[in-house]
Design a binder for this molecule. Structure first.
Ligand code: ATP
Length: 226
């Protein structure tokens, strides 16, 4: 099976997440996309606005009706509130897979562009191919600026309007593969959605209906809870 790990705060999960997961699935012929809410994102200082349990429930509601999408607890909170490092999560997942399975890691352009700051980024890049979705406001014109030390120059090995493949040699051995989905243009973020709720004017058309209902029922993101 071809399986993509898709980590994020999902605070809340929105249509941008679903659109890129759907595109990745079709274009990379994935069998499964694992939506994995993160316990504590190492690079997001403030932490999530809502609990891990609320975010898991919202992911379940968001992906209902998408049989290939699955909630994953692979990035659940660590003992003592330690940060969740993606390299460790991917190593654990990899160890659970069958030899014939192929693991990918799906992320948006903004996350990709912070890659040099990720813990053991070069090792992570050697572990499995990344699928990088374009995102409005984040340029993917120069992918090499995101490459950590130890990863050689990227070469485009395949190109189509909807999926470009790049490879680079990696030290001490191996290679890095990136797939880029260049035409993704979902102009939506969880930050603006939370702000809209806090301002009393919930964002329209960017959340799956089940998630809207859950937020309303549990009064998430209201100014009084902020
Ligand atoms: P926030 O605004 O709180 O930072 P977010 O909208 O970026 O949240 P996350 O849950 O942090 O959502 O994102 C999870 C992953 O999905 C990240 O890799 C992010 O880059 C990607 N992603 C989120 N929204 C989009 C989008 N509209 N287009 C492309 N990628 C996206």
């Amino acid at each position: 099976m071809r399986i993509a790990f898709f980590g994020g705060s999902f605070d809340p999960p929105h249509c941008g997440h679903l659109v890129i997961a759907d595109a990745a699935m079709t274009r990379l012929r994935l069998d499964r996309v694992l939506f994995a809410p993160v316990g504590r994102q190492p690079l997001k200082g403030d932490g999530a606005a809502t609990s891990f349990e609320d975010r898991c429930r919202m992911v379940e509601l968001a992906i209902a009706g998408h049989p290939a999408f699955q909630l994953s607890l692979a990035d659940a909170p660590q003992p003592g509130g330690q940060p969740n490092y993606t390299i460790h999560t991917l190593q654990r997942l990899q160890a659970q897979l069958a030899a014939s399975d192929e693991l990918f890691c799906l992320l948006g352009a903004d996350s990709f562009l912070t890659m040099r700051q990720w813990y053991r980024a070069a090792q992570l890049l050697r572990l499995c191919p990344l699928i990088v979705a374009a995102r409005p406001g984040w340029s993917l014109a120069d992918l090499s600026i995101a490459m950590p030390p130890g990863v050689g120059p990227l070469t485009r090995v395949n190109s189509s309007r909807v999926c470009e493949e790049f490879q680079a040699p990696a030290e001490p051995a191996g290679r890095v593969t990136l797939y880029v989905l260049p035409d993704m243009d979902a102009d939506v973020s969880a930050t603006t959605i939370r702000a809209a709720f806090a301002g009393g004017s919930p964002a329209q058309g960017v959340l799956p209906p089940g998630v809207v209902d859950y937020i309303a029922t549990h009064q998430l993101y209201s100014a009084s809870r902020a």
